[in-house]
Write a protein that binds this ligand. Structure first.
Ligand SMILES: Cc1cc2nc3c(=O)[nH]c(=O)nc-3n(C[C@H](O)[C@H](O)[C@H](O)COP(=O)(O)O)c2cc1C
Length: 219
């Protein structure tokens, strides 16, 4: 599976098989997280075999089952773009995990911050977690807003790379599937901006990563 296939195949999965993540996959994830932390300055952490974090009323209400592994997205409170940075590097990990046969779900609300096992220093904040594991299912495609609602460039006028990027952006997960972003062309560069709202900055990082990974063009 290549990255474009991973973008297409990834859907939120909330029910997992009750089996631990394999040793090889854990090692690979740990090493990818190390790389992301070195590049981003974040303090992303992998927590495995924790039955507590998703053992909340909200998680059950959200229909999570056997969610026992997660990637905690943690970073310095002083980073002005902390949310966006977590979105960007988290989505890189989500897509790598998908290519390794692991399903996932971004979770900012339906988990317990208090029970989360990640180490969070006093100058840090946990932005959200990403549940990860072998899905009972592969999830399903989300309903997307029409392309005209997300992008002001007519399809006929889109360069191929830009069209590929927009399609990947439309497949990106966003909190509550809100898709509160807009994409335009600024000269020969894509410009993606977030509208106001809760979690839209995390979404922005996720959307930018999908766009860049599929189109090969930096935003
Ligand atoms: C930043 C962020 C936070 C999210 N928080 C939650 C959450 O707390 N609980 C939940 O069940 N899903 C959560 N989701 C998953 C979204 O509901 C899901 O990504 C969206 O409906 C699109 O569906 P898809 O991921 O299958 O494409 C979150 C997604 C993002 C990007």
């Amino acid at each position: 599976m290549d990255i474009k296939e991973a973008i297409k195949e990834r859907h939120s999965v909330r029910q997992y098989k009750d089996i631990p993540i394999g040793e090889d996959e854990r090692k690979k994830l740990a090493s990818l997280i190390e790389q992301c932390n070195a590049e981003s300055g974040l303090s992303i952490q992998l927590v495995c075999d924790d039955t507590q974090c998703f053992d909340t009323f909200l998680a059950h209400y959200g229909k999570f089952s056997n969610a026992k592994n997660y990637i905690a997205m943690v970073g310095k409170k002083s980073l002005a773009d902390l949310d966006e940075r977590c979105g960007y590097f988290g989505q890189r990990l989500v897509l790598e995990a998908q290519m390794m046969g692991l399903n996932s779900c971004w979770v900012a609300g339906t988990y317990s911050k208090g029970k989360c096992k990640a180490n969070i220093a006093s100058d840090e904040r946990i932005v959200c977690v990403i549940a990860i594991g072998y899905g009972e299912n592969n999830g399903s495609e989300h309903r997307s807003k029409a392309v005209e609602k997300l992008c002001d460039i007519a399809e006929a006028d889109m360069p191929d790379w830009f069209k590929t990027g927009v399609e990947a952006a439309m497949m990106a997960p966003t909190a509550l599937n809100q898709q509160k972003f807009t994409i335009t062309l600024d000269g020969d560069k894509a410009l993606i901006t977030a509208k106001a709202g809760p979690m839209t900055k995390i979404d922005l990082g996720i959307v930018k990563y999908n766009f860049e990974a599929a189109s090969g063009h930096k935003c």
